[in-house]
Design a protein around this ligand. Sequence first.
Ligand code: ACO
Length: 427
Amino acid sequence: MSTKATIEFEGKRIEFPVVKGSEGEHAIDVKSLRQQTGLITFDPGYKNTGSCQSGITFLDGEEGVLRYRGYEINDLAEKANFLEVAYLLIFGELPTHEQHDAFLNDIKEESYIDEDLKKILESFPKSAHPMGVLSSLTSGLTAFSPSSVDVNADDQIYNAIVRIMGKLPILVSWVYRKRMGLPLKYGDYALGYVENIARMMFRKPNKEYVANPIIDDALTKLLILHADHEQNCSTSTVRIVGSSHAGLFASVAAGISALWGPLHGGANQAVVEMLEDIKNDDGDVNKYINKAKDKEDSFRLMGFGHRVYKNFDPRARIIKKTADEVLNDLGVVDPVLDIAKKLEQAALENPYFVDRKLYPNVDFYSGIIYRTMGIPTEMFTVMFALGRLPGWIAQWREMRKQKEPIGRPRQVYVGERKRSFVPFENR
Ligand code: ACO
């Protein structure tokens, strides 16, 4: 294959280098396009634009492949803990025992929140959306820690990383506890990272907390499966905010806001809302299957199909097993969960869905698991943010280390051309 691509415009032919990725993708390097031709590329939504070179996550939607730093997602979800995966994403290699323990200890050292930030949380109404509260509190952290990091100083980057890894789970658990009317508490730092998160969230004030390994395992898998997904909307947001040399807390706070949108992190919430609608409509699953098949009806089965994965979502295979385990173990009686099982079965047997390879995606099962754990629907995206944190950190660190320029897309201006100002009294 040629390593050059030619663009011809107004009789002039110009060659551009072609960049090759390690998995065989090719990209035309148009950095000098404007300078050489006066042209820019036009690509709303950046669907055809490589914004960076990244060595973190590889995904191939056609083949159903997702790898972090070269490791298959199913190996990581089955065999690693969340902190190992976070270390891998951020620093590029699986940690040794010493590195893992040092990372965990350093995170524990930072696992506290300035009491003044608690006052900010207390001033939010209980009805406030948890994602808005989490984004605000994460921004608020910048007021209590230096916001700017010298990228040439590895210790400063490392400190920023362990700080946010220590503090975000506390904020998440407090946002949850405030929503549930529970007292704000710290965890037990003798526990592992995820086990401590489960304890901080689910511990009741009136009884001894007893860890449930099935919940800890499900939470671990969900967080690992959501930990990175290359240059999606929130990750691109983190990179672009960070490219102005804004600090890690500020960049992550922006990522949380981007994740909040229903087109991004809100899909599992939409799944449970759809299941509730079906339940309130006499639980008639087939009616909704037929609505989804009807081309005159805009209704789609939430949690089925995927924009990127056209064969299957590799994460869904792993999490389906976990969803079954959690449902069996907790034995929760919930008509909404019964509808989920019926809907899954009906869609998997229906030729419309089979022919179009429309399988349940990760959001279908994650919504079911979170509901089974008793987590309110509005908190689902907060849990997603917790999982995505290592990915945001890894991408922010990579962007800063590569000394990427400030993100500044151009535009094709289609507004008014120059015109004369009309004074107020004459309009
Ligand atoms: N229910 C019913 N029919 C569907 C569904 C669905 N959930 N998803 C796709 N189809 C149909 C389409 O109508 C189309 O039918 P046709 O070939 O007869 O025209 C065919 O399947 C192919 O679908 P596309 O529209 O090409 O798929 P696209 O890639 O555009 O959409 C999407 C993917 C948006 C995820 C879609 O499947 C969907 O809306 N799913 C439900 C929402 C959801 O779960 N979103 C979260 C996914 S995670 C993520 O993408 C961030």
